[in-house]
Design a protein around this ligand. Structure first.
Ligand SMILES: [Zn+2]
Length: 381
């Protein structure tokens, strides 16, 4: 564990806070907070007898003894042909609740319980809420999740089954968040979009790919991007490895959005750090349909600092990629297919070259979205 130097840092006003008191936003100005970078890791610091992401506890700012864990992480990295190009598929849907969110949740919930928090508030209608519900159940913590009243009932079963108090809120997704802000006065707001210890967990995907590739970084990492926890987590993890002298350059990070909701790509294409209002239409990739991401600037920094790009893909491309994935045995949810669609595009236009090592993160299980997959692929009977 390395908690000695960890601090909350505000990207807006530069205020710093100790991590002893859990915070979800800057007390001075209300911005989201980041954590100072961690110490990184050397191969001999990995606890190789531990088959979960807690094998990297030496690099995490939560002690191993405080871990609330269900064996998450250490997901397979499987090499397959994708359109004539070898691609390393990171099967992050192989997680206790069926999505990569468990990486962030195990570390965030362990931190909160370690610091004495016993009841949390979250707002989500999807994988993050399901993950929070499961880990609070495992920890014996109380969990209240605000969801849009319009959320499909099926998505809420996983949360309710774990015992979470699931509260429908009328109105838009933004109105759900506003309701959460109001309740945050009386209950700790453990939002996966705000609390930076979530990113402390998602950064372990970078460590894993580094270990699984024989302690080297891939040339490219391609992943879906909504709130940005994977994109930013990967950037942090590889940045820490670089600073520790374990890799000699950062992989290019490609953040993939559906064209139907692509605010990060809009700012990236315009060459600005500022948010740009974008039109939003329905998409098969509902898991990344976030019009106003809290961590927009950190996502843009991850892409720009690594010489990567933000790629937006159309609905036809997403469905074609989904078909290709499930036909190869990788039964993922439609949101994950955006990354594969992007690799097709990046190889076709030469931005990913022959002989490069490309990792593609598959974020969510298709078992959570069988009706939707069936509908998109025309498999309904
Ligand atoms: Zn501030």
């Amino acid at each position: 564990m390395n908690t000695d130097t960890a601090r909350y840092v505000c990207p807006a006003c530069n205020a710093e806070q100790d991590i002893d008191t859990p915070l979800w936003r800057c007390p001075a100005c209300g911005s989201h907070l980041n954590l100072t970078d961690g110490p990184g890791l050397t191969p001999d610091q990995i606890d190789r007898d531990l088959p979960s992401l807690w094998r990297y506890a030496a690099a995490l700012r939560v002690p191993r003894e405080a871990a609330i864990t269900m064996g998450e992480g250490l997901t397979p990295l499987v090499e397959r042909d994708w359109g004539g190009q070898p691609v390393h598929f990171k099967l992050d849907f192989m997680a206790p609740t069926g999505s990569f969110k468990d990486r962030g949740t195990t570390v965030l919930m362990s931190y909160l319980k370690w610091k004495g928090v016993t009841a949390i508030l979250e707002d989500s209608s999807g994988n993050a809420g399901a993950s929070m519900a499961a880990y609070t159940a495992a920890a014996g913590m109380d969990c209240r999740i605000l969801v849009p009243a319009s959320a499909p009932a099926g998505k809420l079963v996983q949360m309710r089954a774990a015992g979470a108090d699931v509260v429908p809120v009328p109105g838009t997704r933004q109105e759900v968040s506003d309701a959460a802000f109001a309740e945050a006065e009386s209950r700790f707001y453990a939002s996966h979009n705000w609390q930076p210890f979530f990113l402390e967990g998602t950064k372990t995907a970078a460590y894993e790919m580094w270990e699984q590739l024989g302690f080297r970084a891939p040339d490219n990492v391609v992943m879906p991007a909504g709130g940005g926890s994977n994109v930013i987590g990967c950037h942090i993890g590889f940045r820490e490895l670089l600073a520790r002298g374990q890799i000699d350059r950062l992989p290019r990070i490609f953040a993939v959005q559906a064209a139907a909701c692509a605010p990060v790509c809009a700012s990236f294409d315009a060459g600005t750090d500022d948010p740009i209002e974008v039109p939003v239409t329905p998409s098969a990739a509902d898991g990344i349909a976030i019009a106003k991401p809290v961590h927009l600037r950190e996502m843009l920094d991850a892409v720009r600092a690594t010489n990567g790009a933000c790629v937006s893909v159309g609905e036809d491309e997403i469905v074609a990629a989904l078909k290709g994935l499930v036909r190869s045995g990788l039964f993922v949810e439609p949101t994950s297919a955006t990354a594969a669609a992007a690799v097709t595009r990046l190889v076709a236009d030469g931005r990913i070259g022959r002989g490069e090592t490309t990792a593609l993160i598959l974020t969510g299980s298709g078992l959570k979205a069988t009706a939707k997959v069936g509908h998109l692929l025309g498999l309904e009977t």
